[in-house]
Write a protein that binds this ligand. Structure first.
Ligand SMILES: [Zn+2]
Length: 470
């Protein structure tokens, strides 16, 4: 009985898939296939065509992901979905470049051609699912003197590192990232996008159905740029005149030919939304850099040809911590961001000169708790399992046993990036499965997620390359 809603959705989307069968000329160059728990899509052409292909080919996944995000956002914010649609139309759309407006409209056209009733405002709101609930809305509530909803705080998404020079086995760049989020969103964050746009560079990135940027941000482009990020815990700030983060991050991935380009594009029109620490590499030069992008303060580490940067949701710049967080404490070594920071440093020191993609995959699967000095899958492990933690992560508003943590991982190096390639694993990077029925029996306080929370089973590490057909 309890599964009936999810079962219905799957049945419904299958019927829609079979029923469509359109041979629209816009779809000619596009295709999809599934591998290792991921859905790979190749998109190619004008912004409108890339959008249409995205919407059409991923219509079932977009419909399903949309319901999950809607359920989550409405529950956490106490606002109805119409609020998110209105925000998309009035606060975000005017600040989106024409190229990406066309792509977003294309996604809406594509899903509609598949019989799914979502319009462009639903799609824009979906694209902003990181920045509106946790950045714009807290700012808006403050402006309007609405009592702050404690659940609405910047998320702590991800563990990542980038290394080069004497740190790595071949002295070139290695970069890796695991995505931390709710399992509700994370079990759907399993798209590989191979985008060949009309303008700019080709992109290979992981991503979320219906969203034009990677959004947990891991990708490589055909100019040799390799990027990832982690968010800054307890960040607060929003500029209503800025450009949405989901557009700036996509634009930087598409148009950057150098680290300097990337920094210029991502900072242009910074709105403070989804404020991240960016790890950026350029395989052409072997250089890496770290951009801590607050709204009032930024800090750029590097570029350097020798060294590493680790990242796990801890702001490091004094100005950012002081002016732009609600009291982030870098000295609380028991907190998830700081415990993972310490573990990253241990791993980097142990691994000098040895780091390669295989080792990076092991790092992403690591369960070392640096605070309690033991192996344990919990909120302090690089491979996060907050559902196993009686502490939760209070800095993110994650209560005890919150069903969230590391939901997938990716790793690559300069040699793979030169072929537009990376390795990816769906589900917990350590390979453990999350089983929703068992979890909800033990933790009925999360039963509101029951209609859409499902098992998150880990796939194998799988290599994806731009242009591959299956
Ligand atoms: Zn794990």
């Amino acid at each position: 009985m309890r599964k009936s809603a999810a079962g219905f959705l799957v049945a419904f989307t299958c019927i829609v898939l079979i029923g469509a069968g359109s041979q629209d000329p816009r779809l000619q160059k596009a295709y999809r296939f599934q591998q290792g728990g991921w859905t790979y899509v190749h998109l190619e052409g004008s912004p409108a065509d890339v959008g249409f292909q995205h919407g059409y080919l991923l219509a079932p996944e977009i419909s399903d992901a949309f319901e999950a995000i809607k359920l989550f956002d409405v529950h956490e914010s106490n606002r109805d979905w119409e609020f998110f649609r209105t925000t998309a139309k009035q606060a975000l759309w005017p600040h989106i470049d024409a190229e990406y407006q066309q792509e977003l409209q294309g996604i809406a056209d594509g899903v509609q051609a598949h019989g799914i009733k979502l319009d462009v405002w639903d799609i824009v709101a979906l694209n902003a699912f990181e920045e509106v609930p946790d950045y714009y809305l807290p700012w808006l509530n403050k402006q309007n003197k609405v009592a702050k909803n404690p659940k609405l705080v910047a998320p702590g998404n991800c563990s990542a590192f980038i290394a080069t020079g004497s740190m790595t086995k071949d002295h070139q760049i290695v970069i890796a990232h695991n995505n931390w989020t709710s399992y509700l969103a994370g079990e759907r964050w399993v798209i590989i996008f191979d985008i060949q746009p009309e303008h700019g560079n080709r992109i290979l990135m992981d991503g979320f159905p219906g969203v034009i940027t990677s959004d947990d941000d891991f990708g490589v482009n055909s100019a040799g740029i390799m990027i990832t990020e982690t968010t800054m815990t307890q960040f607060e700030g929003w500029d209503p005149n800025g450009k949405p983060e989901f557009m700036r991050s996509r634009k930087a991935m598409q148009y950057a030919n150098s680290i300097a380009d990337y920094v210029r594009i991502i900072t242009n029109g910074n709105n403070g939304g989804y404020a991240n620490d960016w790890l950026i590499g350029d395989r052409k030069t072997g250089e890496i850099a770290y951009l801590e992008l607050g709204l009032k303060n930024w800090w750029l580490g590097g570029p350097t040809k020798d060294g590493y940067f680790v990242s796990s949701n801890f702001p490091r710049n004094v100005g950012v911590i002081r002016d732009e967080t609600s009291g982030f404490d870098p000295n609380d070594l028991s907190s998830s961001p700081n415990a993972r920071h310490a573990r990253w440093e241990e791993l980097m020191q142990q691994s000098r000169g040895k780091i390669d993609v295989t080792m990076a995959e092991q790092f992403l699967s690591d369960h070392g708790d640096s605070f309690e000095k033991k192996e344990q899958a919990n909120e302090r492990a690089l491979c996060g399992h907050v559902d196993a933690s009686p502490r939760g992560v209070k800095q993110w508003g994650w209560d005890a046993y919150n069903p969230g943590g590391a939901v997938q991982g990716k790793a690559t190096d300069s040699a793979m990036a030169s072929k537009m390639s990376f390795a990816a694993r769906a589900g917990h990077p350590c390979g453990a499965d999350f089983l929703s029925d068992r979890f909800l029996e033990q933790h009925p306080e999360y039963s509101w997620q029951k209609p859409l929370l499902r098992d998150m089973k880990a796939g194998p590490w799988t290599t994806f390359t731009a242009g591959q057909k299956q």
